[in-house]
Design a protein around this ligand. Sequence first.
Ligand code: NDP
Length: 435
Amino acid sequence: KKRNPHEPEYLQAVEEVAETVVPFILSNEIYNGKQILTRMVEPERVLMFRVPWINDSGEIIVNRGYRIEMNSAIGPYKGGLRFHPTVNLSILKFLAFEQVYKNALTTLPMGGGKGGSDFDPKGKSDVEIMRFCQSFMSELFRHIGPNTDIPAGDIGVGSREIGYLFGMYKKLRNEFTGVLTGKGMSWGGSLIRPEATGYGTVYFAQSMLETRGDTLKGKTITVSGSGNVAQYACEKATQLGAKVVTLSDSSGYIYDAEGINEDKLAFVMNLKNNIRGRISEYVKEYPNATFFAGERPWGIKCDVAMPCATQNEVSGEDAKLLLSNGCYVISEGANMPSTPEAVHNFQAAKILYAPGKASNAGGVATSGLEMSQNSLRINWTRDEVDKRLKKIMADIHDSCTKYGKNENGYIDYVRGANIAGFVKVADAMLAHGVV
Ligand code: NDP
């Protein structure tokens, strides 16, 4: 706290892990007294750099770029890039810290990192996005590489941005390598990568329900966000027989009691990915739905909630509202969407609650599969990748159960995920000595 006084999100993420991991360390001779958590909370390297670019009016704009290389004990740094005006050191350090644990849970050899910029892509022309991405990469390229640090997408960074970033990297390095994931299918991408985070979040919910002999069929689901993760969570949940009734963006949420079926989702995907419009336009197309400006969807009655927008979007009060309306499954698609108060409310109610570092790990896991395919110079089929994704999500569920199951049978997924991730990274750090 003394060293990072202006980093509330980072402190929140570390405290959440420390709550469960510190008692574990104290009761385990192998880890006790080795300062492993103290070492883990200090990033191996933090890069901050100027990103100057010229907008369509000919003005020079200066943004700040970042890459946090958090931990490389079990593999090269891996984690997304976020372009959003709220980006700062605190948010990226929290995301990088979470990423270390999440990547360890995937069973794949990936360390943790995160990066991005306070650049706001909203309202920018395609050419402005390209100029910004090129300027960003003209510094980042010297710090990353297929065996060192492999960035991917996150909020505000989708396949278009990855394309521009990759193009610049390739030009500067004069080499075609798997240095980024989330690439297009014709130039090294993996099938199922766009779908993976959302699908994985749904698969995880399914695994949790199985522990109570239940399935997603017939369940009502509230989803927040309407970007990459939300879209594919909605798609998979609908395919498995559930009814998704909400989606949102930063201007509010839409409620469609009839359910957002395949056709309606296709409308949302075109609206968000091509036209880049606002979610409120949904009600113009489907007048039976309602738009609630400036609100979040947690007051709508549901069985399952999937927060898929951003950090701290479910407050303690929102959690109480969800619980009082009968919600008993939370599978987080976003990173740290629930505040500490919300998490404590979910745990006290003993519902099925999965923290993002477990339930949204399908995205980075499939990025790991993209890296493997790039190294092997082959492409797996859609079925093959989906099968591997399902297996990885089931394995993450098993790891959470191994370390999180209480004597009374209740699975504390937060404790399970934190300890399972910690053990894997800590063992590697111990083996490497104090470096
Ligand atoms: P997108 O940029 O595709 O979509 C983000 C969505 O969340 C948009 O609907 C956006 O609305 C909304 N949103 C963003 N910031 C806010 C905010 N401050 N308040 C309200 N709504 C907001 O991003 P992704 O879908 O990729 O990411 C969503 C979450 O999932 C993030 O927490 C991300 O870290 C996490 N995640 C993503 C992975 C991936 O593979 N993409 C992997 C693992 C986690 P608007 O358009 O109005 O800004």
